[in-house]
Design a protein around this ligand. Structure first.
Ligand SMILES: Nc1ncnc2c1ncn2[C@@H]1O[C@H](COP(=O)(O)OP(=O)(O)OP(=O)(O)O)[C@@H](O)[C@H]1O
Ligand SMILES: [Mg+2]
Length: 458
Protein backbone atom coordinates (compact mmCIF):
# COMPACT_ATOMS: atom_id res chain seq x y z
CA UNK A 1 0.00 0.00 0.00
CA UNK A 2 1.61 3.22 -1.13
CA UNK A 3 -0.83 5.47 0.60
CA UNK A 4 0.59 8.86 1.41
CA UNK A 5 -1.13 11.66 3.24
CA UNK A 6 0.33 15.14 3.27
CA UNK A 7 0.62 16.39 6.85
CA UNK A 8 2.13 19.77 6.06
CA UNK A 9 5.53 21.27 5.49
CA UNK A 10 8.52 21.21 7.74
CA UNK A 11 8.28 24.40 9.78
CA UNK A 12 11.95 24.96 10.58
CA UNK A 13 13.15 24.12 7.09
CA UNK A 14 10.89 26.88 5.88
CA UNK A 15 11.80 29.36 8.66
CA UNK A 16 15.53 28.91 8.30
CA UNK A 17 16.06 28.12 4.67
CA UNK A 18 12.82 29.22 3.01
CA UNK A 19 12.58 25.72 1.60
CA UNK A 20 9.23 23.90 1.35
CA UNK A 21 9.80 20.36 2.56
CA UNK A 22 6.57 18.36 2.54
CA UNK A 23 6.01 15.92 5.39
CA UNK A 24 4.03 12.84 4.48
CA UNK A 25 2.37 10.11 6.47
CA UNK A 26 3.32 6.99 4.59
CA UNK A 27 1.36 3.86 5.32
CA UNK A 28 4.25 1.64 4.33
CA UNK A 29 6.78 3.50 6.47
CA UNK A 30 5.04 3.94 9.82
CA UNK A 31 5.56 1.06 12.21
CA UNK A 32 1.79 0.81 12.69
CA UNK A 33 -1.29 2.66 11.48
CA UNK A 34 -2.63 3.86 14.82
CA UNK A 35 -2.94 7.64 14.93
CA UNK A 36 -3.55 9.99 17.86
CA UNK A 37 -4.58 13.60 17.32
CA UNK A 38 -4.65 15.95 20.30
CA UNK A 39 -5.69 19.58 20.40
CA UNK A 40 -7.98 22.05 22.10
CA UNK A 41 -11.38 22.81 20.72
CA UNK A 42 -11.12 24.39 17.30
CA UNK A 43 -7.49 23.33 16.86
CA UNK A 44 -8.41 21.11 13.93
CA UNK A 45 -8.90 17.53 15.18
CA UNK A 46 -12.01 16.86 13.16
CA UNK A 47 -10.29 18.40 10.15
CA UNK A 48 -7.49 15.84 10.52
CA UNK A 49 -9.92 12.99 10.92
CA UNK A 50 -11.42 14.01 7.57
CA UNK A 51 -7.97 14.25 6.01
CA UNK A 52 -6.86 10.82 7.23
CA UNK A 53 -10.09 9.05 6.39
CA UNK A 54 -10.21 10.79 3.01
CA UNK A 55 -6.68 9.57 2.33
CA UNK A 56 -7.43 5.94 3.07
CA UNK A 57 -7.24 3.68 0.02
CA UNK A 58 -10.31 1.95 -1.40
CA UNK A 59 -9.64 -1.37 0.27
CA UNK A 60 -9.69 0.00 3.83
CA UNK A 61 -13.00 -0.12 5.68
CA UNK A 62 -13.70 2.69 8.12
CA UNK A 63 -15.99 2.81 11.16
CA UNK A 64 -16.48 6.31 12.53
CA UNK A 65 -18.03 6.77 15.95
CA UNK A 66 -19.26 10.32 15.75
CA UNK A 67 -20.85 11.64 18.87
CA UNK A 68 -20.71 15.31 18.02
CA UNK A 69 -22.40 14.49 14.74
CA UNK A 70 -19.88 16.63 12.83
CA UNK A 71 -17.59 14.18 11.08
CA UNK A 72 -19.02 14.52 7.60
CA UNK A 73 -16.97 12.64 5.10
CA UNK A 74 -17.72 12.33 1.40
CA UNK A 75 -18.80 8.82 0.53
CA UNK A 76 -19.54 7.84 4.12
CA UNK A 77 -22.82 6.10 4.86
CA UNK A 78 -24.40 7.64 7.92
CA UNK A 79 -26.78 5.89 10.31
CA UNK A 80 -28.39 7.82 13.13
CA UNK A 81 -28.76 5.94 16.40
CA UNK A 82 -31.60 7.35 18.44
CA UNK A 83 -34.72 6.47 20.39
CA UNK A 84 -36.65 7.07 17.21
CA UNK A 85 -34.60 4.95 14.83
CA UNK A 86 -33.89 2.32 17.50
CA UNK A 87 -31.05 0.71 15.61
CA UNK A 88 -29.08 -1.67 17.74
CA UNK A 89 -27.25 -4.94 17.99
CA UNK A 90 -28.31 -8.11 19.75
CA UNK A 91 -25.36 -8.72 22.07
CA UNK A 92 -26.16 -12.43 22.17
CA UNK A 93 -25.51 -13.05 18.50
CA UNK A 94 -22.41 -15.22 18.44
CA UNK A 95 -19.25 -14.98 16.49
CA UNK A 96 -19.09 -18.64 15.44
CA UNK A 97 -15.36 -18.89 15.03
CA UNK A 98 -14.18 -21.68 17.36
CA UNK A 99 -11.01 -19.77 18.20
CA UNK A 100 -12.25 -16.20 18.54
CA UNK A 101 -15.96 -16.52 19.15
CA UNK A 102 -18.37 -18.54 21.17
CA UNK A 103 -20.64 -18.39 24.16
CA UNK A 104 -18.10 -17.57 26.86
CA UNK A 105 -16.74 -14.61 24.93
CA UNK A 106 -20.19 -13.25 24.18
CA UNK A 107 -21.11 -13.57 27.85
CA UNK A 108 -17.89 -11.83 28.86
CA UNK A 109 -18.65 -9.03 26.38
CA UNK A 110 -22.07 -8.37 27.86
CA UNK A 111 -20.59 -8.27 31.36
CA UNK A 112 -17.69 -6.07 30.27
CA UNK A 113 -20.10 -3.75 28.50
CA UNK A 114 -22.16 -3.23 31.64
CA UNK A 115 -19.03 -2.93 33.76
CA UNK A 116 -17.61 -0.19 31.54
CA UNK A 117 -20.25 2.13 32.95
CA UNK A 118 -20.27 4.05 36.19
CA UNK A 119 -22.36 1.31 37.76
CA UNK A 120 -20.34 -1.90 37.81
CA UNK A 121 -21.93 -5.22 38.68
CA UNK A 122 -21.20 -6.68 42.10
CA UNK A 123 -19.54 -10.09 42.29
CA UNK A 124 -22.79 -11.91 42.99
CA UNK A 125 -24.63 -10.02 40.29
CA UNK A 126 -21.95 -10.86 37.81
CA UNK A 127 -22.11 -14.57 38.48
CA UNK A 128 -25.91 -14.59 38.41
CA UNK A 129 -25.86 -12.73 35.08
CA UNK A 130 -23.26 -15.12 33.69
CA UNK A 131 -25.38 -18.14 34.66
CA UNK A 132 -28.50 -16.57 33.30
CA UNK A 133 -26.90 -15.86 29.92
CA UNK A 134 -25.42 -19.35 29.67
CA UNK A 135 -28.82 -20.85 30.52
CA UNK A 136 -30.53 -18.64 27.93
CA UNK A 137 -28.16 -20.03 25.30
CA UNK A 138 -28.59 -23.58 26.59
CA UNK A 139 -32.37 -23.22 26.29
CA UNK A 140 -31.77 -22.84 22.53
CA UNK A 141 -29.39 -25.80 22.44
CA UNK A 142 -26.39 -23.46 22.19
CA UNK A 143 -23.62 -24.85 24.35
CA UNK A 144 -20.39 -23.19 25.39
CA UNK A 145 -18.34 -26.32 24.83
CA UNK A 146 -19.77 -27.26 21.46
CA UNK A 147 -18.87 -24.87 18.62
CA UNK A 148 -21.04 -26.85 16.23
CA UNK A 149 -24.05 -25.58 18.20
CA UNK A 150 -23.13 -21.90 17.80
CA UNK A 151 -24.71 -21.30 14.40
CA UNK A 152 -28.12 -19.70 14.65
CA UNK A 153 -30.18 -17.07 12.87
CA UNK A 154 -30.89 -13.54 14.10
CA UNK A 155 -34.53 -12.81 14.83
CA UNK A 156 -36.09 -9.74 16.37
CA UNK A 157 -38.30 -9.72 19.44
CA UNK A 158 -41.53 -9.59 17.44
CA UNK A 159 -40.66 -12.71 15.52
CA UNK A 160 -39.60 -14.53 18.69
CA UNK A 161 -42.84 -13.58 20.42
CA UNK A 162 -44.75 -14.98 17.48
CA UNK A 163 -42.76 -18.24 17.50
CA UNK A 164 -43.44 -18.68 21.21
CA UNK A 165 -47.14 -17.91 20.75
CA UNK A 166 -47.51 -20.77 18.29
CA UNK A 167 -45.43 -23.11 20.50
CA UNK A 168 -43.05 -23.73 17.64
CA UNK A 169 -40.13 -24.92 19.76
CA UNK A 170 -38.15 -26.17 16.78
CA UNK A 171 -38.11 -22.73 15.20
CA UNK A 172 -37.25 -21.17 18.53
CA UNK A 173 -34.11 -23.25 18.69
CA UNK A 174 -33.03 -21.86 15.32
CA UNK A 175 -32.62 -18.29 16.56
CA UNK A 176 -30.27 -16.56 18.96
CA UNK A 177 -31.73 -15.49 22.30
CA UNK A 178 -32.17 -11.76 22.90
CA UNK A 179 -32.11 -9.64 26.03
CA UNK A 180 -35.88 -10.05 26.16
CA UNK A 181 -35.42 -13.83 26.34
CA UNK A 182 -32.85 -13.49 29.10
CA UNK A 183 -35.18 -11.24 31.10
CA UNK A 184 -38.03 -13.69 30.62
CA UNK A 185 -35.84 -16.56 31.83
CA UNK A 186 -34.62 -14.49 34.78
CA UNK A 187 -38.17 -13.80 35.87
CA UNK A 188 -39.02 -17.48 35.76
CA UNK A 189 -35.97 -18.32 37.86
CA UNK A 190 -36.90 -15.57 40.28
CA UNK A 191 -40.33 -17.08 40.68
CA UNK A 192 -38.75 -20.44 41.43
CA UNK A 193 -36.51 -18.82 44.03
CA UNK A 194 -39.49 -17.22 45.68
CA UNK A 195 -41.38 -20.45 45.77
CA UNK A 196 -38.86 -23.05 46.77
CA UNK A 197 -35.64 -24.63 45.76
CA UNK A 198 -35.54 -25.38 42.12
CA UNK A 199 -37.62 -24.85 39.05
CA UNK A 200 -39.32 -28.26 39.31
CA UNK A 201 -42.43 -29.25 41.27
CA UNK A 202 -41.01 -32.24 43.22
CA UNK A 203 -38.20 -30.11 44.60
CA UNK A 204 -40.60 -27.45 45.77
CA UNK A 205 -42.95 -29.94 47.41
CA UNK A 206 -40.11 -31.76 49.14
CA UNK A 207 -38.74 -28.55 50.54
CA UNK A 208 -42.04 -27.30 51.90
CA UNK A 209 -42.82 -30.68 53.54
CA UNK A 210 -39.37 -30.60 55.12
CA UNK A 211 -39.99 -27.04 56.36
CA UNK A 212 -43.30 -28.09 57.86
CA UNK A 213 -41.67 -31.05 59.63
CA UNK A 214 -39.01 -28.76 61.12
CA UNK A 215 -41.57 -26.22 62.27
CA UNK A 216 -43.70 -28.91 63.96
CA UNK A 217 -40.66 -30.26 65.77
CA UNK A 218 -39.76 -26.79 67.06
CA UNK A 219 -43.30 -26.25 68.28
CA UNK A 220 -43.36 -29.62 69.98
CA UNK A 221 -40.08 -28.98 71.81
CA UNK A 222 -41.26 -25.58 72.96
CA UNK A 223 -44.55 -26.95 74.26
CA UNK A 224 -42.75 -29.81 76.01
CA UNK A 225 -40.50 -27.50 77.98
CA UNK A 226 -43.48 -25.33 78.91
CA UNK A 227 -45.30 -28.46 80.09
CA UNK A 228 -42.31 -29.32 82.33
CA UNK A 229 -42.68 -25.96 84.03
CA UNK A 230 -46.48 -25.72 84.25
CA UNK A 231 -47.77 -29.31 84.08
CA UNK A 232 -50.88 -27.73 82.57
CA UNK A 233 -53.54 -29.96 81.10
CA UNK A 234 -53.78 -27.87 77.98
CA UNK A 235 -50.09 -28.21 77.26
CA UNK A 236 -50.32 -31.94 77.77
CA UNK A 237 -53.03 -32.15 75.10
CA UNK A 238 -51.07 -29.92 72.82
CA UNK A 239 -47.98 -32.13 73.16
CA UNK A 240 -49.99 -35.20 72.26
CA UNK A 241 -51.47 -33.43 69.24
CA UNK A 242 -48.06 -32.25 68.05
CA UNK A 243 -46.51 -35.68 68.50
CA UNK A 244 -49.14 -37.11 66.21
CA UNK A 245 -48.67 -34.30 63.73
CA UNK A 246 -44.90 -34.80 63.79
CA UNK A 247 -45.28 -38.41 62.69
CA UNK A 248 -47.60 -37.39 59.87
CA UNK A 249 -45.23 -34.62 58.79
CA UNK A 250 -42.25 -36.95 58.85
CA UNK A 251 -44.05 -39.39 56.58
CA UNK A 252 -45.08 -36.63 54.26
CA UNK A 253 -41.55 -35.23 54.11
CA UNK A 254 -40.16 -38.70 53.45
CA UNK A 255 -42.63 -39.29 50.63
CA UNK A 256 -42.02 -35.92 49.08
CA UNK A 257 -38.28 -36.30 49.35
CA UNK A 258 -38.27 -39.76 47.87
CA UNK A 259 -40.45 -38.50 45.03
CA UNK A 260 -37.96 -35.65 44.51
CA UNK A 261 -35.10 -38.18 44.42
CA UNK A 262 -37.03 -40.42 42.01
CA UNK A 263 -37.75 -37.54 39.69
CA UNK A 264 -34.33 -35.96 39.77
CA UNK A 265 -33.03 -36.12 36.26
CA UNK A 266 -29.87 -34.12 35.82
CA UNK A 267 -28.12 -34.45 39.17
CA UNK A 268 -27.71 -30.68 38.95
CA UNK A 269 -30.92 -29.71 40.70
CA UNK A 270 -29.19 -28.38 43.79
CA UNK A 271 -26.56 -26.45 41.83
CA UNK A 272 -29.35 -25.03 39.71
CA UNK A 273 -30.93 -23.60 42.79
CA UNK A 274 -27.86 -22.18 44.47
CA UNK A 275 -26.22 -20.65 41.42
CA UNK A 276 -28.92 -18.05 41.32
CA UNK A 277 -27.93 -16.83 44.73
CA UNK A 278 -30.62 -14.75 46.34
CA UNK A 279 -33.86 -13.26 45.21
CA UNK A 280 -32.46 -9.77 45.75
CA UNK A 281 -29.46 -10.36 43.53
CA UNK A 282 -31.61 -11.96 40.86
CA UNK A 283 -34.06 -9.09 40.97
CA UNK A 284 -31.27 -6.52 40.69
CA UNK A 285 -29.80 -8.34 37.68
CA UNK A 286 -33.19 -8.41 35.98
CA UNK A 287 -33.53 -4.67 36.59
CA UNK A 288 -30.11 -4.02 35.03
CA UNK A 289 -31.07 -6.09 31.99
CA UNK A 290 -34.36 -4.23 31.67
CA UNK A 291 -32.53 -0.90 31.74
CA UNK A 292 -30.09 -2.15 29.14
CA UNK A 293 -32.93 -3.30 26.95
CA UNK A 294 -34.84 -0.05 27.25
CA UNK A 295 -31.87 1.84 25.77
CA UNK A 296 -32.68 0.15 22.50
CA UNK A 297 -29.01 -0.15 21.51
CA UNK A 298 -28.95 -3.80 22.40
CA UNK A 299 -32.14 -4.90 20.76
CA UNK A 300 -31.91 -6.73 17.47
CA UNK A 301 -32.41 -4.11 14.78
CA UNK A 302 -29.15 -3.91 12.84
CA UNK A 303 -28.27 -0.53 11.29
CA UNK A 304 -28.69 -0.46 7.51
CA UNK A 305 -25.08 0.11 6.53
CA UNK A 306 -25.38 -2.34 3.66
CA UNK A 307 -22.10 -2.73 1.83
CA UNK A 308 -20.85 0.76 2.73
CA UNK A 309 -17.08 0.98 3.08
CA UNK A 310 -17.11 4.07 5.30
CA UNK A 311 -19.66 3.72 8.06
CA UNK A 312 -20.51 6.70 10.18
CA UNK A 313 -22.31 5.85 13.40
CA UNK A 314 -24.01 9.10 14.29
CA UNK A 315 -24.44 8.59 18.03
CA UNK A 316 -25.05 12.21 18.90
CA UNK A 317 -28.53 11.48 20.30
CA UNK A 318 -26.91 9.12 22.83
CA UNK A 319 -24.51 11.77 24.00
CA UNK A 320 -26.80 12.76 26.87
CA UNK A 321 -25.85 9.60 28.68
CA UNK A 322 -22.18 8.90 29.18
CA UNK A 323 -22.89 5.31 30.21
CA UNK A 324 -24.89 4.67 27.11
CA UNK A 325 -22.17 6.03 24.84
CA UNK A 326 -19.49 4.01 26.56
CA UNK A 327 -21.47 0.80 26.40
CA UNK A 328 -22.25 1.25 22.74
CA UNK A 329 -18.75 2.16 21.62
CA UNK A 330 -16.97 -0.43 23.71
CA UNK A 331 -19.36 -3.15 22.68
CA UNK A 332 -18.93 -2.31 18.98
CA UNK A 333 -15.15 -2.09 19.29
CA UNK A 334 -15.03 -5.50 20.89
CA UNK A 335 -17.06 -7.08 18.09
CA UNK A 336 -14.89 -5.36 15.50
CA UNK A 337 -11.75 -6.70 17.21
CA UNK A 338 -13.23 -10.17 17.06
CA UNK A 339 -14.25 -9.89 13.42
CA UNK A 340 -10.77 -8.80 12.45
CA UNK A 341 -9.06 -11.54 14.45
CA UNK A 342 -11.34 -14.01 12.77
CA UNK A 343 -10.31 -12.73 9.33
CA UNK A 344 -6.80 -13.61 10.29
CA UNK A 345 -3.34 -12.20 9.93
CA UNK A 346 -3.05 -9.42 7.36
CA UNK A 347 0.72 -9.34 7.39
CA UNK A 348 0.54 -5.81 8.79
CA UNK A 349 -1.55 -4.53 5.88
CA UNK A 350 -4.23 -2.07 6.96
CA UNK A 351 -7.73 -3.42 6.39
CA UNK A 352 -9.92 -1.44 8.70
CA UNK A 353 -9.72 1.82 10.61
CA UNK A 354 -11.90 2.81 13.54
CA UNK A 355 -12.25 6.49 14.28
CA UNK A 356 -13.07 7.77 17.72
CA UNK A 357 -13.36 11.44 18.61
CA UNK A 358 -13.22 12.72 22.21
CA UNK A 359 -11.10 9.93 23.60
CA UNK A 360 -11.48 11.24 27.14
CA UNK A 361 -14.74 9.44 27.67
CA UNK A 362 -13.45 6.07 26.52
CA UNK A 363 -9.93 6.16 27.82
CA UNK A 364 -8.43 4.27 30.74
CA UNK A 365 -5.32 2.26 31.51
CA UNK A 366 -7.05 -1.14 31.67
CA UNK A 367 -5.61 -3.76 29.36
CA UNK A 368 -9.12 -4.97 28.58
CA UNK A 369 -10.16 -1.55 27.29
CA UNK A 370 -10.76 -2.21 23.58
CA UNK A 371 -8.77 0.92 22.60
CA UNK A 372 -5.73 -0.46 24.40
CA UNK A 373 -6.30 -3.87 22.89
CA UNK A 374 -6.42 -2.41 19.40
CA UNK A 375 -3.24 -0.41 19.88
CA UNK A 376 -1.40 -3.31 21.52
CA UNK A 377 -2.58 -6.37 19.64
CA UNK A 378 -4.38 -5.58 16.42
CA UNK A 379 -1.69 -4.40 14.02
CA UNK A 380 -1.11 -7.86 12.63
CA UNK A 381 -4.83 -8.29 11.99
CA UNK A 382 -4.96 -5.09 9.96
CA UNK A 383 -7.05 -3.07 12.39
CA UNK A 384 -5.99 0.45 13.35
CA UNK A 385 -7.48 3.23 15.42
CA UNK A 386 -7.56 6.97 14.85
CA UNK A 387 -8.15 8.58 18.19
CA UNK A 388 -8.72 12.28 18.78
CA UNK A 389 -8.81 14.10 22.09
CA UNK A 390 -8.53 17.53 23.67
CA UNK A 391 -5.35 16.63 25.47
CA UNK A 392 -2.65 13.98 25.33
CA UNK A 393 -3.58 13.19 28.92
CA UNK A 394 -6.71 11.65 27.42
CA UNK A 395 -4.60 8.96 25.77
CA UNK A 396 -3.54 5.89 27.74
CA UNK A 397 0.16 5.23 28.25
CA UNK A 398 -0.19 2.17 26.00
CA UNK A 399 -1.58 4.39 23.30
CA UNK A 400 1.14 7.01 23.64
CA UNK A 401 3.88 4.40 23.67
CA UNK A 402 2.58 2.40 20.72
CA UNK A 403 0.68 4.65 18.34
CA UNK A 404 2.71 4.93 15.16
CA UNK A 405 1.65 8.53 14.70
CA UNK A 406 0.93 11.29 17.19
CA UNK A 407 -0.17 14.65 15.92
CA UNK A 408 -0.22 17.45 18.47
CA UNK A 409 -2.18 20.53 17.61
CA UNK A 410 -2.56 23.61 19.74
CA UNK A 411 -2.79 22.42 23.35
CA UNK A 412 -4.13 24.20 26.40
CA UNK A 413 -1.30 25.85 28.35
CA UNK A 414 -2.37 23.89 31.40
CA UNK A 415 -1.53 20.70 29.49
CA UNK A 416 1.99 21.72 28.48
CA UNK A 417 3.73 20.32 31.55
CA UNK A 418 2.00 16.96 31.37
CA UNK A 419 2.38 16.68 27.63
CA UNK A 420 6.06 17.52 27.72
CA UNK A 421 6.66 14.87 30.36
CA UNK A 422 4.44 12.14 28.96
CA UNK A 423 5.43 12.61 25.33
CA UNK A 424 9.02 13.62 25.83
CA UNK A 425 8.59 16.73 23.77
CA UNK A 426 10.27 20.07 24.43
CA UNK A 427 7.79 22.55 25.89
CA UNK A 428 9.10 25.15 23.46
CA UNK A 429 7.74 23.11 20.58
CA UNK A 430 4.30 23.18 22.19
CA UNK A 431 4.42 26.95 22.55
CA UNK A 432 4.85 27.41 18.80
CA UNK A 433 1.70 25.56 17.87
CA UNK A 434 -1.13 27.65 16.43
CA UNK A 435 -4.69 26.39 15.99
CA UNK A 436 -5.38 25.27 12.41
CA UNK A 437 -1.93 26.51 11.39
CA UNK A 438 0.65 24.16 12.83
CA UNK A 439 1.25 20.93 14.66
CA UNK A 440 3.97 18.65 15.95
CA UNK A 441 4.03 15.16 14.54
CA UNK A 442 5.83 12.06 15.74
CA UNK A 443 5.92 9.14 13.38
CA UNK A 444 7.55 5.91 14.44
CA UNK A 445 9.32 4.82 11.31
CA UNK A 446 11.72 2.03 10.64
CA UNK A 447 15.30 3.13 11.11
CA UNK A 448 14.43 6.68 12.17
CA UNK A 449 14.40 8.45 15.50
CA UNK A 450 10.96 9.16 16.88
CA UNK A 451 11.15 12.90 17.38
CA UNK A 452 8.40 15.46 17.20
CA UNK A 453 8.67 17.53 14.09
CA UNK A 454 6.96 20.88 13.79
CA UNK A 455 4.88 21.20 10.64
CA UNK A 456 2.87 24.07 9.29
CA UNK A 457 -0.38 23.41 7.49
CA UNK A 458 -0.57 26.59 5.41
N1 LIG B 1 -5.35 22.44 8.88
C1 LIG B 1 -6.42 23.21 8.67
N2 LIG B 1 -6.51 23.94 7.56
C2 LIG B 1 -7.59 24.69 7.31
N3 LIG B 1 -8.65 24.79 8.12
C3 LIG B 1 -8.64 24.07 9.25
C4 LIG B 1 -7.52 23.25 9.57
N4 LIG B 1 -7.78 22.68 10.73
C5 LIG B 1 -8.99 23.10 11.12
N5 LIG B 1 -9.52 23.94 10.24
C6 LIG B 1 -10.83 24.61 10.36
O1 LIG B 1 -10.98 25.08 11.67
C7 LIG B 1 -12.27 24.84 12.20
C8 LIG B 1 -12.20 24.04 13.49
O2 LIG B 1 -11.59 22.79 13.23
P1 LIG B 1 -12.15 21.42 13.78
O3 LIG B 1 -13.62 21.36 13.74
O4 LIG B 1 -11.39 20.35 13.09
O5 LIG B 1 -11.67 21.54 15.30
P2 LIG B 1 -11.74 20.44 16.45
O6 LIG B 1 -10.36 20.34 17.00
O7 LIG B 1 -12.36 19.23 15.94
O8 LIG B 1 -12.63 21.15 17.54
P3 LIG B 1 -13.68 20.51 18.57
O9 LIG B 1 -12.86 19.97 19.69
O10 LIG B 1 -14.49 21.67 18.99
O11 LIG B 1 -14.43 19.47 17.83
C9 LIG B 1 -13.02 24.14 11.11
O12 LIG B 1 -13.82 25.07 10.41
C10 LIG B 1 -11.95 23.57 10.21
O13 LIG B 1 -12.37 23.50 8.86
MG1 LIG C 1 -14.05 18.13 16.46
Amino acid sequence: MNTEILIGKDYWKHEREQVDLPVYWKASEVSNHHVGVAGTTGAGKTHWIRTFVGGMPEEVEVDIFDYHGDIEIPGAHEVLFSEATRYGYNPLVLNTDPHYGGVRRAVADVIETINSTSRKLGGNQESVLRNLLIDAYAARGILADDPSSWHRREADDDEIREIIARHDWDSLRQVYPTLTDVIRLGKRKLKALWMGIDDGEPGKRSLSAFDEYCRTMQQLNKTRSRLNATSSRMDEEEVARLEKRLVAMRDKAKDAHSLFLDEMSTGMEFEEAIKYNSKDVMLSVITRLENLKSLGLFTPNPPPFGQARIRRYNIKPLAQSEDELKMFVRFRLRSIIREMMQRGDSGGKLRRLVVLDESKMFNDEERTNPINRIVNEMRKFGLAILLAGQSPTHFSSDFIANAGTLLLLNLATSDWDDAARKLKIDQKKLRYLRPQMSGAVRMLEKGKTADFRTVSFA
